[in-house]
Design a protein around this ligand. Structure first.
Ligand code: F6R
Length: 604
């Protein structure tokens, strides 16, 4: 899940590389480095820590040249030290390489190279690549052939970009890890993800597994591993650099929370027709899902919470459905057949666990669909079909706007599947669609009127934070707790409201505020559960409309407007996102880059 950037152009590559690395830091940030062709060879600068620290260290280094590569790392093999940081080189620094992914046969390759006199300096799997290239160069291969022969040796997953001393060329290959090419006149970029070079171009080519590209001053050559030309057409992305910047907010996370009115408007645009009570999902014409007997949703983390929301919505609409943790799917997948639809829910479309579950389901004969934010991502391309949540780039490591867009997308999907499979639209569609159309405005109201900062401050000194909800409020409780723990580093847990009394109540004290989410589904029972915690000393924060009965008993109130019970949890979720954000801000946490985490988890 590291970030790669490469640049071939006319100007100094260093600035482009550092900007790219800053834009990619959400992919990993435990070490960073760059390598530039500086006229007399390859100059490398790398170190543990964030890109900011690399920039500091680079001040006195001689790194001028118009071809270069850069990398920001999330460690898999070896700790985040200066030596393990990328780029990696051979002993003579004739070859420099950046890599994202895992080389599964690196131990054998390393041993093989060692017996031929190569000396290694790092603990990484990546270091075998420059050594292999150098080995084939020494054997007499031309540069391109040496690169191809080295790539051919690799087992596992990789996005690799390499440069060879004295050449104005970058060599790159992709298998199982994302790599995109950006083109702007005579400037060319290679990166793990589009935001890396959005400042410079919006013209993007998504590489496919098995692609090898050669980029030089004259352009980009797209080939397969054997060197046969392949056609890859550029696409124009409609994300702009300002969208990918902080836009005046202190943190990306806060900006992305505030973007939800826009991202949700984009999620439903052209997909709902409230006047006629109809849902239209692009290529999914009426009847597309006919014959689907059951739906399995596979996902991780926040996306799993959205998947759980989706599966509850499907069950409520009369379709048999189950949400499963993608990382457990390989050992606990329920049986599938060609009447099973398996939906991978993944913001990035690159999460290894989710991709594995998707592939397993496809092998077992299921029909597959990906719900993702990233057009051109691996999950989007590997599934039979894809639906895009259209949330725009999300940079904060903690997912916010993409969760709400996933939930909306899955809510629409649930209704469409039910419509196709049961022969009639679910009864409440005429209530739901106008509320979905109003949702961006309703969320704007929540954002404008939220008391989350005061609530976060009031309970700042507490020991543990509990979140409870029932029905569609349950995944929101789980998500509220995940957000809270990942950015505050405080203990937080989400429960189905009815579960508190089956054990967790033992933990309840005046130091454990309970955030109770009321979505209009059996609220009286959730209220009772909240009161049971309150009786034992816990302060209760009710997340509910103004005139709700819970307001009378609650110690604090986070207000949400009345809306359809199918989407009311999304309003509660915005309040909880804000509580987590403000609590983390009071604690001065690195909100956009919580410790030990990365945005895109491309390892199992
Ligand atoms: C938490 C968070 C993660 C991701 C998870 C799956 O805020 O962002 O839990 O949801 O790593 O990532 P995607 O959705 O890219 O598959």
């Amino acid at each position: 899940m590291c970030g790669i950037i490469g640049h071939v152009g006319t100007g100094n590559a260093l600035e482009t590389l550092l900007t790219g690395l800053e834009n990619l830091e959400y992919r990993g940030y435990d070490s960073a480095g760059v390598a530039v062709q500086n006229g007399s060879g390859i100059a490398v600068q790398k170190r543990s820590g964030k890109v900011e620290e690399l920039k500091e260290s680079i001040r006195d280094a001689h790194l001028e040249g118009c071809v270069g590569i850069g990398h920001t790392r999330w460690s898999t093999h070896g700790p985040p030290t200066d030596t393990n940081a990328h780029p990696h080189t051979d002993e003579t620094t004739d070859v420099a390489v950046v890599h994202n992914g895992i080389i599964e046969n690196y131990a054998e390759l390393r041993e093989w190279l060692c017996t031929r006199g190569h000396e290694f300096t790092s603990d990484t799997d990546t270091e075998v690549i420059p050594h292999l290239i150098q080995y084939y160069l020494d054997e007499g291969s031309e540069s391109e052939a040496a690169f191809r022969r080295a790539i051919d040796e690799l087992e596992g997953s990789y996005a690799v970009t390499a440069m060879i001393s004295g050449e104005h060329v970058l060599y790159a290959a992709r298998k199982g890890s994302p790599l995109v090419v950006g083109v702007e006149d005579d400037e060319f970029f290679l990166a793990s993800d589009v935001p890396a070079f959005l400042e410079y171009t919006d013209s993007v080519v998504y590489l496919e597994d098995g692609d090898v590209v050669i980029v030089d001053d004259g352009g980009v050559e797209f080939t397969d591993l054997e060197g046969n030309p392949v056609t890859r057409d550029p696409e124009t992305v409609d994300w702009d650099p300002e969208q990918a910047g902080k836009g005046g907010y202190d943190h990306f996370m806060l900006k992305e929370i505030h973007e939800q009115p826009t991202s949700l408007a984009q999620a439903v645009e052209g997909r709902i027709d409230p006047e006629n009570g109809r849902i239209a999902l692009e290529n999914f014409e009426s009847g597309t899902f006919e014959g689907v007997e059951s739906v399995q949703l596979v996902a991780c983390g926040t996306s799993y919470h959205a998947a759980l929301y989706g599966s509850l919505a499907l069950n409520q609409a009369g379709i048999r459905s189950k949400a499963l943790l993608a990382n457990e799917y390989s050992v606990s997948a329920p049986p599938v057949d060609d009447d099973t639809l398996v939906v991978a829910v993944t913001q990035s479309g690159e999460t290894a666990d989710t991709l594995n579950a998707l592939r397993r389901a496809a092998r077992a004969g299921a029909r597959t669909l990906t719900v993702t934010n990233v057009v051109g991502s691996t999950a989007a391309r590997e599934a039979d079909d894809a639906l895009f949540i259209r949330a725009g780039p999300e940079i904060g490591v903690a997912a916010t706007k993409t969760f709400s867009s996933q939930v909306v997308m899955l809510t629409l999907l649930a209704q469409r599947i039910a419509d196709d499979c049961l022969g009639a639209p679910p009864a409440d569609l005429e209530m739901l669609l106008p509320e979905l159309a109003r949702l961006p405005g309703t969320i704007e109201t929540v954002l404008e009127q939220s008391d989350a900062a005061a609530v976060a401050s009031r309970f700042q000194e507490c020991q543990s934070y509990f979140f409870i909800g029932r029905g569609l409020g349950y995944p929101v409780a789980l998500e509220g707790a995940l957000k809270f723990k990942e950015i505050t580093y405080e203990h937080a847990e989400g429960f189905a409201s009815g579960e508190l009394k089956h054990g967790p109540l033992a933990l309840v004290t005046p130091e454990t505020p309970v955030f109770a989410i009321f979505t209009g589904q059996e609220d009286e029972k959730t209220l009772k559960n909240a009161e049971e915690a309150q009786t034992r000393g816990a302060p209760v924060v009710a997340v509910c409309p103004d005139d709700h009965r819970a307001v009378d008993i609650a110690d604090a109130h986070l207000k949400i407007p009345e809306t359809d019970a199918d989407i009311s949890g999304l309003l509660a979720n915005v309040q909880l996102q804000l509580v987590s954000y403000h609590a983390a801000d009071l604690l001065d946490r690195p909100i956009d880059k919580p410790r030990n985490l990365a945005k895109s988890v491309t390892v199992e």
